[in-house]
Each structure stands twice: as C-alpha cells, then as structure tokens.
Design a protein. Structure first.
Length: 151
C-alpha cells in the first residue's frame, strides 16, 4: 500500500511554514532510480521526484505503512526545503531534522531518520536492487488539500 502523498505533503508544508515562514507550490513525480538516492529536486524546477525503488524496498522488507510514511515524510521535507532556497545538503538536512524535532519530537521515527539518515535507520535500502527506469509518473493529487482555486 502506498502512503497518501497528498496528506503527507500537506502536513510537511504546514510544519515548514510554521517554522521558517516560507512556502511554495511543488508537484510530485515518481520514478525508479538507484536506491542510494531517496528523492531529488532540480534547482529551478517545480517537481520533487521520489524514488519508487525506496518505497518498494520498504515493502520488500515487510515494513509497515507507518514506517513508509515516516521515510517519505523525511525525504519529501528535505527536498521541499531545497525548493525553498536551501541549496546546501547540510543546510537542508539540518533544517529538516530541526523542524521534525520541534514538530514531532526527538522520539519520533521521523526524527531518527532525519538525524541519522534513511540508510542508517533502514540499511536494506542501500542494498535494494529495484528496476531502473527513465519513466516518470506525475502524482495528480499532490498538494491539493491546501489549494483554494485551480484556474
């Protein structure tokens, strides 16, 4: 079962906005690439691309939906922070961990993932060999919960 990306991102936007008073609209794309990369955002782009292989690796290792949601939350928040102008990896990592600590607490799985890194919390991610594809799928319902009007 896939996490509700729209719901997760709506929560991410609220948390980030409360903490740094910045927000923007971005879309979500899913693709399959090397599992050493969880997601990426291209500078100047409008889409965060989430690695489908990372989500599949969670399924292949019998991880529950809550663990998948925690991983997706950290990956998407990190890339969303990049999209807000924090280009440095270190700055994006630190800010992601700081926001998650404030909003969810140090005891949350999300904080562990943000602080230690997804591949340290879930070591099997780096070993997963899913298919590599140039196909990109756009998630249609993403960030729609906070959109009043689409013209």
């Amino acid at each position: 079962m896939e996490p509700d990306y729209d719901r997760i991102f709506t929560s991410i936007k609220r948390m980030v906005s409360r903490n740094i008073r910045k927000e923007r609209t971005v879309g979500l794309a899913l693709s399959s690439f090397d599992s050493q990369v969880g997601a990426f955002w291209v500078d100047g782009g409008n889409y965060i691309t989430l690695n489908r292989n990372v989500v599949e690796a969670m399924d292949a290792n019998q991880r529950n939906l809550q663990e998948k949601k925690a991983l997706v939350t950290v990956l998407l928040m990190h890339e969303y922070i990049h999209s807000l102008g924090f280009g440095s990896e270190i700055a994006a990592r630190d800010l992601t961990a700081k926001i998650i600590e404030r909003e969810m607490g140090r005891e949350s799985l999300e904080y562990s993932i943000a602080e230690s890194g997804p591949w340290n919390v879930f070591p099997f991610l780096s070993e997963y060999r899913g298919r590599i594809s140039e196909r990109i799928d756009i998630v249609n319902r993403f960030g729609s919960r906070d959109t009043d009007y689409i013209g």
